[in-house]
Design a protein around this ligand. Sequence first.
Ligand code: ZN
Length: 411
Amino acid sequence: MTKLLITAGHLLFGTDDEYVEDGAVLISDRTVVAAGRRATVEKRAGQDHRVLSFPDATLLPGLIDCHVHLAFDGSPDPVAALRASDDATLFEGMARRAERLLDFGVTTVRDLGDRGGLAVRLRDEIAAGRRPGPRVVAAGTPLTSPQGHCWFLGGEVQGPDRIRDAVRAAAQQGADLIKVMATGGGLTSGGPAVWETQFTPEELAAAVDEARRAGLPVAAHAHGTAGIADVIAAGVNTIEHCTWMGKDGSMDLREDLLAQLVAKDISVCPASHPNWRSFAERVGPERARELFAPARRMAERRVRLIAGTDAGVPRSGVDGLVAGLEFFEYIGLSRTEAIACATVEAARALGLAHDTGRLRPGYRADLIVVGGNPLDDLNALRDIRLVLANGLVHSPGQADAKAGCAGRAIT
Ligand SMILES: [Zn+2]
């Protein structure tokens, strides 16, 4: 097996240091053999290897999007599109969007809700090498209350016993984690408001307990503060959105709960919309400051933040992850910290810290090369020069060529 040596002007999250000038990664058999200073790594390469050099670029781990919905197409009405599609059509769309994520340097995604176990099927197809795509960590169908948020995905359930049944069934179908909709959500018309809870504390406790028995982590969708309090008490692993909404959409951030998030080591994926900047412009600086204040406070209090896009919801395409990292910079994280939210920290939150999110010996060869240096400007992460997912080279635009559509992001 020929080894591959990739060199670059800068390297992030290598073996020993978070950042080195003049770095390199050595790959063999889809695995990182060495990563760090070029002089050191080159010594390990021996005679028989191929070299790719990117002197004016940065090598870093492949990006992780912790919150996507491959089943949604990111159109203005993804719910209608989903409901109009049979499983075969839906599956093809999901596979196409998964492949497109590679164009943007995403080598791992956590899918937080699809229909009929299609994300699990796609995960297996990609893992078996039958289709190109990032590694998929799949929640399957999210648990929701009758007519609750995303009920149309098929996960309506009520009462602790039925919830336990649903968790067991998901585990049996191969889900990697359990997703529970603890509050209402914007996507579902007619359901509970985003600040309203959908499950009782007993129901949430049953979901988490049954998931633990099956060895699965739990991700909870929670906008409202009441729901956030309930899922912290239940002991979920990650909270999605976590917008601290009080009744009628007012802001209701609770410092005691923030302290618990930190103490219980719960990661928060804000999954802020990629268009957060234009949204801020639309509502005005004062309202924007108010709406983003809770996220800023979570950053200040060192709550573990991870990057996600909610890709698939209206006007959120597969190209939104860098905008999410820019949001982290906007709320006070350093650029190194922001990138860690989509690499090191994300891998840790997804239980993959031993395998991806860093460039270390023995890790899966998930890496990207981007033009310039993202530590000077995160926008560099949009200039993708090379993507390796599980050691396979992906050329940006491949998915478009096959689908016969223009080389633009799905929006
Ligand atoms: Zn979502």
